[in-house]
Write a protein that binds this ligand. Structure first.
Ligand code: KG4
Ligand code: ZN
Length: 334
């Protein structure tokens, strides 16, 4: 039985897992606190995590009907993410674990997104190809076992979700931008505006999204405020189609290299309807199985951290008392 905590960005999350079974998965979104700023303000996020982490952990235990005395290990996102936000989760997890002399399991956030696929009711067994697209990362990973993955390609600049958020802001839509832009795009023509096809000639599996955002800046400047408001749906649809096009074309390239019979999607952008549909078609074309986890497990949550923790190295009490979160890179020192 694992208690997992995730506070890497703007969601305060705690979950209780019994093996691959989710007993509770509590997510307290801070979106409203950041909306007025058009993006996540790190200091505001840290302060909210501080206020929310205890009630969210209590709610997770309560919903699971589990007492702290039944918990065998505490898992926590150690990085990458906003350092102040991560520190709240790591300090809380250390305190809870130490109070009961339990092991602490630090988890890499990206490994968590991959491990969302290992959860019940329909766990996906490696090997599989995983496309991860979130607000902070965009990557293609070869998942050959439960404990890690090989990076096949990643974004060279903005993450796909970041591009959605920035473009939504440019179009005067709310925060977070992805879902707002998808909604508006549903009423637009994806072929109305020609968007640059980034990395099309690049033979590798890396991504680039900053050019798309810049193209949208110029389009909006040329159209002027009235033009933008008249063509908002077409702009959103064209932008979204370009992002989905790039993600699927790199996935197609990876599939053509062969050796895969399953694909998984992860990260917040995996909640995008047109992306899910396009990847679905692609998988059908290639005769591979597509695993789509529920949207609540695509966006940040603690159940995926508890899932990754099952395959990560636990730190025994009291060796983790000096353990630190890490904002980027791989691992902090114990
Ligand atoms: O994985 P996640 O919850 O947090 C990070 O680890 O970043 O991903 C959040 C990102 C945001 O950029 C958000 O705009 C994007 O995922 N997102 C979407 C959709 N829902 C969330 N992007 C496109 N379409 C969506 N429906
Ligand atoms: Zn994430």
């Amino acid at each position: 039985m694992i208690l997992a905590i995730e506070t890497s960005c703007d969601d305060t999350c705690a979950a209780v897992l019994d093996g691959p079974r989710i007993l509770s998965n509590v997510i307290s979104s801070q979106a409203a606190a950041h909306e007025g700023f058009g993006g996540v303000v790190p200091e505001v996020a840290s302060r909210h995590h501080l206020e929310l982490v205890s009630p969210v952990v209590s709610a997770a235990l309560g919903e699971a009907g589990v007492g702290l005395e039944q918990i065998e290990a505490v898992a926590v996102t150690a990085g990458p993410g906003l350092i102040g936000a991560l520190l709240v989760g790591v300090s809380s997890a250390k305190a809870i674990a130490a109070s009961r002399r339990l092991p602490l399991i630090p988890v890499n956030h990206l490994q968590g997104h991959v491990a969302a696929n290992f959860l019940e009711p329909e766990p996906l067994e490696p090997p599989f190809l995983c496309l991860l697209a979130s607000g902070g990362h965009t990557l293609l990973a070869a998942v050959r076992d439960h404990g890690g993955y090989e990076l096949l390609g990643q974004t060279l600049d903005d993450a796909a979700g970041e591009a959605f958020d920035k473009s939504a802001r440019l179009l005067g839509l709310g925060y977070p931008g992805g879902p707002a832009l998808e909604k508006v795009a549903a009423g637009g023509d994806p072929e109305a505006f020609e968007m640059p096809v980034a990395m099309a000639r690049d033979p590798g599996l890396d991504f680039s999204f900053s050019g798309l955002k810049t193209a949208l800046v110029y389009l909006c400047r040329d159209l002027g405020p009235e033009g933008v408001s008249a063509r908002r749906a077409d702009l959103a649809a064209s932008f979204q189609a370009a992002v989905v096009g790039q993600l699927t074309s790199k996935l197609r390239r990876a599939l053509r290299r062969g050796g895969w019979d399953a694909v998984a999607l992860g990260g917040g952008v995996a909640a995008n309807g047109p992306l899910r549909a396009a990847v679905g078609e692609l998988c059908e074309e290639h005769g591979v199985r597509l695993k789509l986890v529920p949207i609540a497990l695509c966006t940040d949550n603690a159940a995926m951290i508890g899932s990754a923790a099952r395959y990560a190295a636990p730190l025994a009490y009291p060796s983790y008392l000096g353990y630190d979160a890490f904002a980027s890179g791989e691992r902090a020192a114990a």
